[in-house]
Design a protein around this ligand. Structure first.
Ligand SMILES: Cc1cc2nc3c(=O)[nH]c(=O)nc-3n(C[C@H](O)[C@H](O)[C@H](O)COP(=O)(O)OP(=O)(O)OC[C@H]3O[C@@H](n4cnc5c(N)ncnc54)[C@H](O)[C@@H]3O)c2cc1C
Length: 386
């Protein structure tokens, strides 16, 4: 076991941090307030090979793993300009296609995902199923060799910038009972595919959509993986999602903590001493730092296990990392805002928008309660209550 990163990983971290510094929070929040996505940053990160660092080299990727992709997300987020769609496009969709797609499908989709010229959104959440994915009703039925897809999805990020959405649905003959997921790549310009933007009280550059699909006709090879896919096929993509969400939350927490500690060193209100002299200010910042470091360690363990091909072990670690990072991120943002007093809510100080944004990492992609349920049942062997 090594607690030091390789020279290549350190170089990647430094290079991405440099790119993050070029854009930063000011860029990201200006884009969010103008209701625009971070196109320039996305394009540059793609050209530099950062978006596809985990994807196979033969399809234009970097041939590295989730550890490296998490470095990219963490560093951009720590600069105040994390890319939410990285959690989805290269991490979930890129991984699922790499692991279960045919050579033809890999050739069709992976090069665009790797250089960022094409974005694939991911849709599993449904209005009436919520956290209980076993209840999803979006259904694909055969029509000759084609598929006809009908159903609804909600809170799907980035559909406006995506060419395709990887939709999790079930086949017609499996409408009830245990979920046997089927994964279909659906072009966003398909007839019968409609999206409606959801008004969110988040100041963030990515939009969320409700999707309505009515007999969307798809060719047979829209299906990625097996028709009777094991749930493992879905989790091959969801574990990277949890690792990347952890990286996003840890990075955001580090961004906020950096600002909080910086302010505590400068701001003086009593006797010429900076407020950071007072332990009532210093200790919460120190706690936030410790908890971010712990969350990062678990995220790195999860990524290392995943890259070693240990899916089951990575699943447990990715859940724990996501829980820890979500909590640590929220606490770091809250502490940094509080350290700033009134300025914590002034736009100039670049923190207020993170109050809602950091909470997202407690809710999505899997809520803290569902992680606690998972750990209670799988790690501790406790009975299921629902
Ligand atoms: C900004 C944003 C972006 C998103 N992007 C995507 C995306 O790109 N693709 C996608 O598919 N989804 C996306 N989601 C959806 C997200 O994954 C869900 O919101 C999340 O999984 C929770 O589901 P829900 O909102 O239906 O909550 P619900 O399932 O209705 O749960 C409500 C509350 O009850 C709790 N709860 C539910 N069941 C239990 C239980 N058994 N025990 C204890 N507590 C429980 C939950 O933890 C939660 O706190 C996004 C959501 C947001 C807010």
């Amino acid at each position: 076991m090594s607690f030091t990163e390789t020279e290549e990983q350190q170089a990647l971290r430094a290079a991405v941090a440099q790119l993050g510094a070029k854009y930063g929070y000011a860029y990201s929040s200006a884009k969010a307030r103008a209701d625009q996505s971070q196109d320039e940053l996305w394009a540059e990160a793609g050209q530099l090979g950062y978006l596809g660092v985990n994807l196979p080299e033969e399809y234009g990727g970097g041939g590295q793993g989730m550890y490296e992709l998490a470095i990219v997300e963490e560093e951009l987020s720590a600069a105040g300009c994390g890319l939410l769609m990285m959690v989805v496009s290269p991490a979930i969709c890129g991984t699922v296609i790499t692991r279960f797609g045919t050579d033809e499908q890999k050739g069709r989709w992976l090069p665009g995902l790797a250089d960022g010229s094409s974005i694939m959104a991911f849709g599993i959440t449904e209005p009436d199923a919520g956290s209980n994915s076993h209840k999803i009703t979006t259904t694909a039925r055969r029509d000759g060799t084609d598929w006809l897809l009908s159903g609804q999805k909600v809170f799907i990020s980035g559909v406006d910038v995506a060419d395709n959405v990887l939709i999790v649905c079930r086949t017609e003959d499996a409408r009830t009972g245990t979920l046997k997921p089927v994964l279909l790549v659906v072009p966003t310009d398909s007839p019968g595919f409609e999206k409606t933007k959801i008004d969110m009280d988040l100041v963030a550059p990515d939009n969320q959509y409700q999707l309505f699909m009515e007999d969307v006709r798809l060719p047979a090879d829209a299906l990625v993986g097996e028709e009777d896919a094991a749930i493992a096929q879905l989790f091959a993509g969801l574990n990277p999602e949890r690792i990347m969400a952890s990286a996003y939350a840890v990075g955001m927490g580090c961004y906020a903590l950096d600002k909080g500690a910086g302010y505590a060193k400068e701001r003086t209100v009593w006797g010429g001493k900076p407020i950071g002299t007072h332990q009532g200010i210093a200790h919460p910042l120190a706690v936030a730092h410790i908890e971010l470091e712990l969350a990062k360690l678990m995220m790195q363990k999860a990524a290392t296990l995943y890259d070693a091909g240990l899916d089951i072990e990575a699943g447990e670690a990715a859940n724990m990392a996501k829980y820890a990072a979500g909590e640590a991120g929220v606490k770091a943002v809250d502490t940094a805002v509080h350290t700033h007093g009134g300025n914590g809510l002034a736009s100039e100080y670049g923190l207020g928008t993170l109050i809602a944004a950091s909470r997202l990492m407690r809710i999505a992609p899997v809520s803290r309660e569902m992680i606690l349920n998972f750990v209670a049942q799988h790690s501790l062997g406790l009975p299921k209550s629902y």
